[in-house]
Design a protein around this ligand. Structure first.
Ligand code: ZN
Length: 66
């Protein structure tokens, strides 16, 4: 029964991805911010605006496809 521990674990798990907040301007479903979300296009996690549905790379069309 330790909510603090769970909170720290959640944040530690997030930081393990080494996600970096993209600072590009709002565009096509992307918006800069501090929310941890998942891209509807490439399904990768990203840090962006509360209402962002795409990562910056997908919104800007610069996502590299293997
Ligand atoms: Zn994406």
């Amino acid at each position: 029964m330790c909510f603090i521990t769970d909170f720290i674990k959640a944040h530690t798990r997030t930081e393990r991805h080494h996600l970096v907040a993209d600072q590009r301007a709002k565009l096509n479903g992307w918006a800069p911010g501090t929310y941890h979300s998942r891209c509807f296009s490439c399904d990768e996690e990203f840090i962006g605006g509360e209402r962002a549905i795409f990562c910056a790379d997908c919104a800007y069309g610069t996502k590299e496809h293997p």
